[in-house]
Design a protein around this ligand. Structure first.
Ligand SMILES: Nc1ncnc2c1ncn2[C@@H]1O[C@H](COP(=O)(O)OP(=O)(O)OP(=O)(O)O)[C@@H](O)[C@H]1O
Ligand SMILES: [Mg+2]
Length: 258
């Protein structure tokens, strides 16, 4: 567990005794950790250790997985998101998600970003145009696409598509961003642009990123966690985590990849 003292007013997401099962498989094993407001936390661990599964528990994306079962609590802004009275649509509005593969919809550049706004019933055209432009600017893409907003999203490069997905993820004004290996398939220039964005974004969002790249994680993280076989082995401030890991398994993982 984190060595950091936990101050309630700074906590955005508090995960308590989280277990996740898929059929007979116990995929997440009593995970306890918390994410502070306006911080970047990276989650590391070998392939298959449960990082993506964990990320999906934070916006209830596993709800649709047949045979899945969850125990424990995920408390966001003081409310357990698995509680009975939770509005899942509002929960997802508040949590933007970006995946490993840039996955724009088969729509225009403009409509990709407008999508979430339309889903949430916003009809005011001016508001939508303004918001789409703003999000494209925030995602560092506007100048490259401003003259072709009606063109298909698929006409963009991979790095541009991923920034479009970021613009789409922030369109509904979320306060949390989940990113599952967002730069895995990008060239070094696109990767660098997105890492810079993440650093800027923490002023506005609480950011939780799954990464396979230890150098990148070290560069952008305020906090980091290491998963192994569904268990959270270590979670700490990035300085401690990367330079003075307490668990031998964390150290082995970090050093073998450097
Ligand atoms: N829908 C599912 N059906 C069956 N098994 C699943 C499902 N989702 C996840 N698993 C299993 O859960 C375990 C954790 O998977 P998960 O995708 O969370 O790992 P990961 O740490 O994200 O791996 P990677 O680094 O390769 O993305 C794996 O053993 C996987 O096979
Ligand atoms: Mg994964």
């Amino acid at each position: 567990m984190a060595e950091e003292k936990k101050k309630d007013y700074e906590i955005k997401v508090d995960v308590k005794n989280l277990n996740f099962y898929y059929g007979k498989q116990h995929l997440l094993k009593n995970v306890n950790l918390f994410f502070k407001k306006n911080s970047v936390c990276t989650l590391l661990g070998p392939s298959g250790c449960g990082k993506s599964t964990f990320l999906r528990t934070l916006n209830r994306m596993n709800d649709y997985t047949e045979g899945a079962r969850l125990t424990g609590e995920v408390i966001i802004d003081g409310q357990n998101i698995y509680g009975k009275s939770v509005d899942v649509v509002e929960l997802r509005r508040n949590i933007g998600m970006v995946f490993q593969n840039p996955n724009p919809f088969p729509k225009s550049i403009f409509e990709n970003v407008a999508f979430g706004l339309r889903i949430h019933g916003i009809k005011n055209k001016e508001f939508i145009v303004e918001r789409v432009e703003k999000c494209l600017k925030y995602a560092g893409l506007y100048d490259e696409v401003k003259d072709k907003l009606a063109k298909p999203a698929f006409s963009l490069s991979g790095g541009q598509q991923q920034r479009l997905c970021i613009a789409r993820a922030i369109a509904t004004n979320p306060s949390i961003l989940l990113m599952d290996e967002p730069t895995a398939y990008l060239d070094p220039v696109s990767t660098s642009i997105i890492l810079d964005l993440i650093t800027t974004f923490k002023k506005y969002y609480t950011i939780i990123i799954v990464s396979h790249n230890i150098q990148q994680a070290g560069r952008i993280s305020d906090y980091s966690g290491f998963f192994l076989d569904g268990e959270l082995i270590e979670f700490d401030e990035a300085g401690n985590f990367f330079l003075r890991p307490k668990d031998k398994r964390t150290e082995n993982f970090i050093t073998s990849r450097y």
